[in-house]
Design a protein around this ligand. Structure first.
Ligand SMILES: [Fe+2]
Ligand SMILES: [Fe+2]
Length: 245
């Protein structure tokens, strides 16, 4: 087993005017990273044309690419078609499930999906009252339960969770407090803390902060493009802990 270099970015929001631009910024990525993770909001409005453009930007890269979709990618109700375009381009798209990626000698388990909101412990919605509120919170709870199951099933040297929504509020710092419940949910962190993982990556909070931690001590990183300010950031998972490059 060797150290593993994980490149990550979210919220690239590619529109139809962006053809070829992102691809250029990925040149030589295989020298700097073993795997690339995309944390959702890959499109602006979730149109099929935008989905195809994103697929072309990441098509057949010389390293494994794992992605989840974000809320923008759901906007036109074409999320399945967009995921299909990405898969045809060789991208692994997670939908509340897991995959094991072989990176050299190292097996990397990646579990995740879009995630959802609801808020954070003490300041959150609960499954109480109107059916619409119950549905909202139940959606997040079912996602969290699926991740917990997938994390327990995955057999790997490292386990990383890839999400669009945030599991903690630390990485939202900079966003208005009023919108925290729409940016993530503590239920996601609770599930990952229960099952265990080495790192959680998310996006969605464009004005948030890069670094946080779950109550159980798992590192959380907000890799939204406006937060990291570059084409991708690389995290290194060492067998004795994480360091960042
Ligand atoms: Fe976004
Ligand atoms: Fe988003």
């Amino acid at each position: 087993m060797t150290d593993l270099r994980i490149a990550a970015v979210g919220d690239i929001h590619l529109g139809e005017d962006a053809r070829g631009h992102y691809r250029k910024r990925l040149e030589g990525i295989e020298e700097r990273a073993d795997v690339l993770m995309l944390a959702g909001d890959l499109t602006r409005h979730g149109t099929l044309a935008e989905g195809r453009l994103v697929a072309d930007e990441f098509r057949d890269l010389p390293l494994p690419v794992v992605a989840v979709l974000g809320n923008h990618d759901y906007h036109s109700n074409l999320q399945d078609e967009i995921a299909g375009e990405l898969r045809d381009a060789g991208v692994i798209v997670l939908d509340d499930d897991g995959v094991v990626v072989q990176c050299g000698e190292t097996k990397l388990g990646v579990v995740g999906g879009k995630g959802f909101g609801g808020g954070f412990a003490g300041k959150c919605a609960s499954e109480f009252g109107e059916p619409e509120i119950k549905d909202f919170v139940r959606h997040t709870r079912l996602i969290a339960e699926a991740w917990q199951v997938a994390l327990k099933e995955v057999q790997a040297d490292h386990r990383v969770v890839l999400s669009h929504y945030s599991p903690v509020k630390e990485t939202l710092e900079g966003e208005p407090l009023e919108i925290y419940p729409f940016l993530g949910s503590y239920l996601l962190a609770e599930a990952v803390d229960t099952a265990g993982a080495d790192l959680i990556l998310h996006g969605h909070a464009h004005k948030g902060s890069e670094k946080g931690m779950t109550p159980g001590g798992i590192r959380v990183r907000n890799v939204a493009l406006p937060v990291i300010g570059r084409a991708y950031v690389v995290y290194c998972l060492a067998m004795n802990g994480e360091h960042e490059g």
